[in-house]
Design a protein around this ligand. Sequence first.
Ligand code: ADP
Length: 501
Amino acid sequence: MIQQKAASRRVLIVAVVLAGIVITVGFGLARRVDLVSTDQGEQWLEDEHRYLIAQIDLLEIQWEQALEEAADFELEASKRERGEAAREVLGLRQVSYFGKRGEAHELVEFPLQGPAPLEPSLLSGELVLTNEEVFSSHNPIWIDDAGRPLMYRKADAHGSAVVFILNKKIARGVVLGELKSLMRTVPRVVPAGGLLEFSGDSGKVWLSRGDADCKSRPADETLRHYSRFGEWPIRYWRPRKEVVSYEASVLGGMSLVALLILVGGYWADREQARALKLAAQRVSFVNSVSHEFRTPLTNILLTTELAQEDSREPKAERRLALILDEGRRLSRMVDNVLSYARAERGKLQLGQVREVKLAEFLESCLQQFEILFARKGITCELDVSGDERVEIEVDFLSQIVLNLLSNIEKYAGDGAVAKVEAVAGKTLRITVSDNGVGIPAELKFRIFDAFERGGDSVTSTSSGTGLGLAISRELARSMGGDLQLKNSTNGAVFLLEIPLF
Ligand code: ADP
């Protein structure tokens, strides 16, 4: 196609689309999803913890009171009554009694709560208590070290002492039971989506409130309390929600890239528009100049033809013939340039369809080349068959045929033999062939491109614009037909086909 449709705005559209893609990708890259805690004030948690501590402390105090009362009773009790009060106290497994008899102490041990074997015993020496631990003061003391059972000791003013060996687990079990029922309503306010857990020192959970899914992540808060009964941790998982944020630096960077693409696109679009405008101005200039050439050229040709008819002088006649040939060559060139300019502007329109006698028409075309062909020793045969008359856009047809004949004159070479065969039926078929150098197969399609001249050897040896074939094909197509270069091993063969009405 000669006419190059302006790719108007295409660059800008591509730039806008690209910028859009960059921005979209930018948003994707900059997007961050964070799990943010929705519960920041944990006053309620502290309150729950304090409540738990208070309950445990209370139970511990009660336990200590019970132990002290039992110890006082044991210190006072007669042999027969021993162990009676102690039996009532939680977790108390064994009583060791240091009675004062003269200077020496008598150690009596007796187990409590069932026939279980004695806890590590003072008597058998499994447990060793120092004098200080047993008799240091009257006040009750706790002996709570690693490697020894928990012990509670109380002495009296007379030098007697009682040591309770306690089992923490049993005491703790009972405390846990108490706490469970006490804290059944606790916590009163675990926020939705959060989780609160009370567990023992073994890690076993004894109270859990809230969303169990939270346990897939570590707890946000761990509050601990230590008492005689062991460790009492509370774990809390805050409720979380997804918060989407965008990283400003990534977004900024990508926006900058998008902006650059847009600016670049806008600039390229403007440049393209300018280039297109310039091209259009050139075409318009070429068009008007060619147009201006045409009228004087037609007048010159007509006047020359008249002068030739009037002339009796053979020398003058030859000169006039030369003027006529060159004038026609110029006229063909102007016609081609004009058609090119029209095609570029999309204004190549069919002129008037006229009826012509085909043989006469082709003969008159050939006649224009009579002298030119003769000068180069080129012979051209005309063979017309089929309908005598055809209705056709004569100006277009003659422009095509004259271009093909002109090419024979220019490229077929001296002494070439050419042939024009025309068959008119439903379609007009005109084959223009010669036995000259021909056209290489690789140029078969390119040869119809505007300004394509078939290589350097052609450019340097003959004049031309490279528009003839391009325009001829364009004209043929505008008539609903086509012009093709046929495969040939001998010279160039062009086939022009035009449907007839
Ligand atoms: P121009 O004649 O101005 O160069 P055309 O479009 O008419 O432009 O032809 C394009 C090219 O095709 C020519 O330059 C030439 O190389 C080749 N050509 C056309 N006709 C013939 C032919 N009959 N024999 C050999 N080469 C040809």
